[in-house]
Design a protein around this ligand. Sequence first.
Ligand SMILES: C[S@@+](CC[C@H](N)C(=O)[O-])C[C@H]1O[C@@H](n2cnc3c(N)ncnc32)[C@H](O)[C@@H]1O
Length: 259
Amino acid sequence: MNARPPDFERLLKAAVLKILQETPSVPMETDLNPSNLGTREYWDDTYSTELQNYEDSNGVDVGEIWFGFESERRIVNWISKMDILKSAQILDIGSGNGSMLLSLHKNEYTNLTGIDYSEAAVSLATKVATDRRINTITYRLADITASAEAQQSVPEIFDRKFDLCIDKGTYDAVCLAPENSKEKRVAYMENVAKILHSDGYLIVTSCNWTKDELITQFTDFTFIDELPAPHFQFGGRSGNTVTALVFKHPVQRYRCLHK
Ligand SMILES: C[S@@+](CC[C@H](N)C(=O)[O-])C[C@H]1O[C@@H](n2cnc3c(N)ncnc32)[C@H](O)[C@@H]1O
């Protein structure tokens, strides 16, 4: 008995296409165990303590550098190796105490912005820059997973294009969120793709995901380089090697999609 309608193949193709169109580009079968490292409260507590330590140390102790100073050095080295303009617009996503941007400032990059969803982190980073009389770094309170509506309150970030976005440990934190982590990961990808210039670079440092896993998840971007990485431990999984990858905005794909 053949119960298939005559246009079965066409219907099947349409159904598959619909499923593909509705499937977010981040493959969601890969999940980390939720952790308090994925909550804003955790980072507010952490940076409130670091702010207190900074003040108690008379501005000497700026706090923890995630993945160590070496990870910052590798990023700065890659940027200078690529001959990226000193005036390039650089965004540090989840800038914490601002140490990454201080390193870039020391290396004479002049157009530096940091965002963090933790008010305490933004206060600490702003205080450190102000105390050092640095006026080329701007910090803003902003959630990289913000909805289109929430983005309207930070137009100076979400209505702008950056030449280079740096993420050191922030995508890891987003993935560890105890609530709506899948939706947050999708929003992260969409928002970063939106604010990154069509010929811009994204440098992601993670200790929870391997190189292959990151490439599989950052499907909206094109992988172009890997930075040599040390070993480190952080939430989710332990004993992992830190992975630091460089992606490019997939200009071609976006032009094709939005013509
Ligand atoms: C592991 S720490 C890394 C801090 C800094 N990048 C560094 O390397 O020292 C993660 C940072 O991301 C921030 N963060 C986490 N989720 C965020 C989000 N959705 N939007 C903005 N910042 C976020 C946290 O507040 C914290 O400062």
